[in-house]
Write a protein that binds this ligand. Sequence first.
Ligand SMILES: Nc1ncnc2c1ncn2[C@@H]1O[C@H](COP(=O)(O)OP(=O)(O)O)[C@@H](O)[C@H]1O
Ligand SMILES: [Mg+2]
Length: 285
Amino acid sequence: MVFVHSPRAPRPSRPHHQQAPAGLTSWLASVDAASEPAVRLVEIDGVTCVIKRRRPSFARGVSYAVRYVRAAMLGAGCKLVLGEWPAPGVLVHNGLAHEAARLRMLDQANWRVPLVWSFKPGELVLEYVGDDMPGVLRRASPEQQQVMVDAMAVELAAFHAQALWHGGAQVRNLTWYRGEIWRIDFEENIGAALSLPLAQAYDVYQCLSSLVALRGLSEATAQSLGARFLQGYLDANDDAAVRAGLTRMAQSICAASRVIRPVLGWVPGRDVQGFFRVADTLRLL
Ligand SMILES: Nc1ncnc2c1ncn2[C@@H]1O[C@H](COP(=O)(O)OP(=O)(O)O)[C@@H](O)[C@H]1O
Ligand SMILES: [Mg+2]
């Protein structure tokens, strides 16, 4: 199914970008791809480049069936929590080729994402767009944290007002660059398999849940930044369909939390405690 949506807000002006370094092609030819890491930041001719590599793995390349089953399980989770069943056949079309295509599309929409400087199967070279948000937030003062979380909320609402979705909107896939939020990591395809409002509600959920579970912040700080993010987003986006999707998600998560908390409430660990923190924050809805 193809969903066509038109943006609710005027298109932003194109952000400033770097030029690809002239020596990129010869640098790529000079390294042994097989011994390169999955993500490498490298400076070529004084320009920082990000090189992402994905080797064909058993789960990825050999067995379409394994990926299909994984996608179907994710789909079942979505049906349970979101009330919508994303087609597994769409979900399996993820990975670097998908990311390169989405980055080019988002650049056409003038969104703040890295430029694709080169792509071939298994190797994607991107413009560097700053330090990722988890570290930036940890190093920031409480006042700066609030400013950044407000920026995250307003930016996500503006991104959604362009009829766009991320699909991997966790804090670790945001960067802080030239005083603005940029988005990276577009390998996941879940938004293409959901309706737009649900894909956007899922972005809000992913950003919120990663924010309240962020390592290095006290529980009180994480919880208050999470509430601030959610409120900021809702203030900036009045789309009733996204709100309905979030409310539906909140109901499922709060119900699950009520059942699980008496049993697992004492278990330490970011995943478990993060889940309860999300449930507490989503009660705002
Ligand atoms: N264009 C970019 N600019 C700056 N940092 C990046 C960029 N792309 C990736 N990174 C860094 O590399 C990390 C991993 O890249 P990412 O695209 O998120 O892949 P994945 O999470 O699938 O491994 C990011 O969290 C970020 O720290
Ligand atoms: Mg990532």
